[in-house]
Design a protein around this ligand. Structure first.
Ligand SMILES: [Zn+2]
Ligand SMILES: [Zn+2]
Length: 444
């Protein structure tokens, strides 16, 4: 069965659960925007809207906004337009204030459907705002830049802290190849970084499954296995914007995001490697600085994580006597941010103890090494993929000094309560000792 046959269905999975795929249409094709009304009819059926609000930023409106509006008006729908303003020197951001403003602008228009035209931030804002307003939304994608099109989660910044909020995915994801192929190369390589992260996050998922009994689904872990050759056999095709590779990347992003929706957590596509990106975002927020795109930072985080996994898996019989340092309030600067971080961190302490106890079981370490090694990639492979695809591989590529990346690495285990290999590295004494070495060898 092909993945597209799963759209809009429920199915019994080998993991023992019934998975539901809430997105009903994934249309990646020429003239997809022209046939938007038809796609809405298929995905919404009886509840076909009369009033629609299109949400974009100035750039994404230029790319696809007018086409979307014309297509919907031609079908007799009443269309209004909302442009989310840029903030500071960059594009819009997804935070609580921006979402609130969007909800307040949408409400009086009385739309029955929200149409997001954009990628990361616009998609997240529309997912969040439409969830608040109990409206369906669809997205007209403008870049293969991240895996959030199909995920239920929004990852906003709330009071300076990077959070994960449960919302609802779109009913349809629509994209035109010409638009996605011509998106800024930086965005496409960000998507590439976000999608290869799954090789490492799957390692973290296995660690949590083996050591802490976390639920695991083999189907969701390997969901894009058949799509990957389209962009991983020749990563330079991503750099060169080759249609098949870009389509493969877009679909892989869609289905890795969907895997998170199917299992109800971010485990299939986000592990320790993502913490580096989230920490850099939070540091930028409290210091009033800029940060790079999520997926570009995630690509560098994936490289770091691969180098760290390699060191941990090389240990014959680890002694978990180490202890990650306490939350450094001065580093987080803003008291509310430090206290939110401390809450996450405190919730994780019991996992360390459970992991220590579990590791006393004979054979568990060998089992973990075998299963994780089969899943994760070497740092050589990750760097080779990123370089050939034209992605970011070094601290300088993502606009970071050595000192900044170093402090992000030393603090990134603090921000989430979920156990990852980063914690294991601290417990096993690999961190902090390996930090400088890995930066010098792999991130410089
Ligand atoms: Zn499953
Ligand atoms: Zn991501």
């Amino acid at each position: 069965m092909s993945l597209s046959e799963l759209l809009g269905t429920s199915f019994d999975c080998g993991c023992g659960r019934t998975h539901r795929v809430p997105v009903r249409e994934l249309v990646y094709g020429r003239s997809a925007v022209d046939s938007l009304a038809e796609i809405l009819r298929r995905s919404l059926g009886q509840t076909m809207p009369r009033r629609v609000a299109i949400v974009a930023d100035v750039r994404t409106w230029d790319v696809c906004g007018d086409g979307t509006r014309r297509s919907l008006e031609r079908a007799g729908l009443e269309v209004s337009r909302i442009i989310v303003p840029d903030r500071g020197g960059g594009g819009p951001v997804c935070d609580d204030a921006t979402c609130r403003t969007l909800v307040e602008r949408l409400r009086p228009l009385g739309p029955q459907l929200v149409v997001a035209v954009g990628s990361g931030v616009i998609n997240d804002l529309c997912k969040w705002a439409s969830f608040e307003l109990k409206l369906p939304y669809v997205v007209v994608a403008t870049a293969a830049s991240m895996n959030g099109y199909s995920s239920a989660n929004v990852a906003p910044t709330i009071a300076g802290v990077k959070m994960l909020i449960e919302a609802r995915p779109p009913v349809a994801v629509v994209a035109e190849p010409a638009v996605i192929e011509q998106a800024p190369r930086k965005m496409t390589t960000a998507g590439f970084g976000d999608t290869i992260a799954k090789h490492q996050s799957n390692g973290d998922w296995i660690v949590n499954n083996l050591l802490l009994g976390e639920y695991h689904c083999g189907f969701c872990a390997g969901i894009v296995g058949n799509i990957e050759p389209l962009y991983l056999d020749h990563p330079e095709d991503i750099r060169d914007g080759k249609p098949d590779a870009i389509k493969g990347l877009f679909e892989a992003l869609f289905w890795t995001g969907m895997a998170m929706t199917l299992v109800g957590t971010s485990a299939p596509a986000s592990g320790g490697e993502h913490l580096l990106s989230h920490t850099l975002d939070m540091m930028a927020e409290v210091r009033g600085e800029n940060h790079d795109l999520h997926g570009r930072q995630v690509g560098v985080g994936t490289l770091f994580s691969a180098a760290l996994f390699e060191r941990i898996l090389a240990i014959e019989s680890p002694v978990l006597g180490g202890r990650p340092p306490e939350v450094d309030a001065g580093f987080w600067r803003v008291p509310s941010v430090a206290s939110a971080v401390r809450q996450q961190y405190d919730a994780k302490r019991q996992s360390w103890e459970r992991v220590r106890r579990k590791m006393a079981d004979p054979g568990v370490w060998d089992q973990l090494r075998t299963r994780v090694a089969a899943e994760v990639k070497s740092p050589q492979t990750i760097r080779d993929w990123l370089r050939r695809a034209g992605g970011a591989t070094s601290t300088a590529d993502i606009g970071c000094s050595r000192e900044r990346i170093r402090s992000a690495i030393l603090h990134m285990h603090e921000i989430r309560k979920r156990f990852t290999m980063i914690d294991l590295a601290w417990l096993a004494g690999v961190m902090p000792a390996a930090t400088d070495d890995i930066i010098d060898l792999w991130l410089s």
